[in-house]
Design a protein around this ligand. Sequence first.
Ligand SMILES: Nc1ncnc2c1ncn2[C@@H]1O[C@H](COP(=O)(O)OP(=O)(O)O)[C@@H](O)[C@H]1O
Ligand SMILES: Cc1ncc(COP(=O)(O)O)c(N)n1
Length: 276
Amino acid sequence: MMISKALTIAGSDSGGGAGIQADLKTFQELSVYGMSAITAVTAQNTLGVQGVYPLTLEAITQQLDSIGLDLKPNAVKTGMLFNSDIIRIVAKKIQQYSWSNLVVDPVMVAKGGSTLLQQEAVQSLINHLLPLALVTTPNIPEAEMITNRSITTIDDRKEAAKIIHAMGSKYVVLKGGHDTSTKAVVDLLYDGHEFIFMENQRVQTRHTHGTGCTYSAAVTAELAKGKTVPEATHIAKAFIQAAIEDELGIGAGHGPTNHFAYQSRLRGMNLEANRQ
Ligand SMILES: Nc1ncnc2c1ncn2[C@@H]1O[C@H](COP(=O)(O)OP(=O)(O)O)[C@@H](O)[C@H]1O
Ligand SMILES: Cc1ncc(COP(=O)(O)O)c(N)n1
């Protein structure tokens, strides 16, 4: 059996809703073999981030070498990278091992406000990582940081997507979760030529911890299986919508999304179809 393989290079979330844990759960649900290189350990739960412990460059390099010298990921994603030294070493290893299908989720700030990428590292992300990206998936505040512009209108979003594309990312998904002014949640996909709007009903919930990680992991899993970027982002949007809608209600704060939901629904539909 030939199984598709995906690698996540990101931070660990002890609460299990975001970071490495969200990525591996998503890979598994989408039938992709998951691998991980951990950049930082966070002490985190649904109430917030209690501690951030970046790993040494040696530990990060060794994990990437262990994977690069043996296992060949079909797609790779980056999440929390924390500082510019980590970004530089990650970019170097991605090039050294010729890893393609790179999804860059430019994680900067946790939902509760804790810093997951130091301010001075944004320029390193632009210089070293975006030129390697097949897809970059900023939310609105991240796109504002990368482009140094404020984003309020749809035209602002389009302009920001163009700027990020010009920085070297072949596709840009500017996610719309942070724009609460409309009933729909609209993600904007840009390929350098045209804009595709991907839209779903906004779910009224506080349980959105790890939505960005889960979404970009789903894109990565589908790319690993050979899907195109428009196909992968379409499936990822359905995956995250199901994960937010079927909430688990875990924890006293901003709970995790439901990584089981997408497959449970598909199984349900298959059962229905078999009954007819
Ligand atoms: N309340 C919601 N209802 C439905 N989809 C959402 C909701 N919040 C976020 N999403 C979707 O989840 C993904 C992550 O969105 P976003 O919140 O913008 O990013 P991040 O989690 O990185 O801050 C996007 O595909 C977005 O459309
Ligand atoms: C280790 C880690 N990585 C990323 C996030 C961002 O989470 P979100 O996907 O909700 O923006 C997080 N809270 N913790």
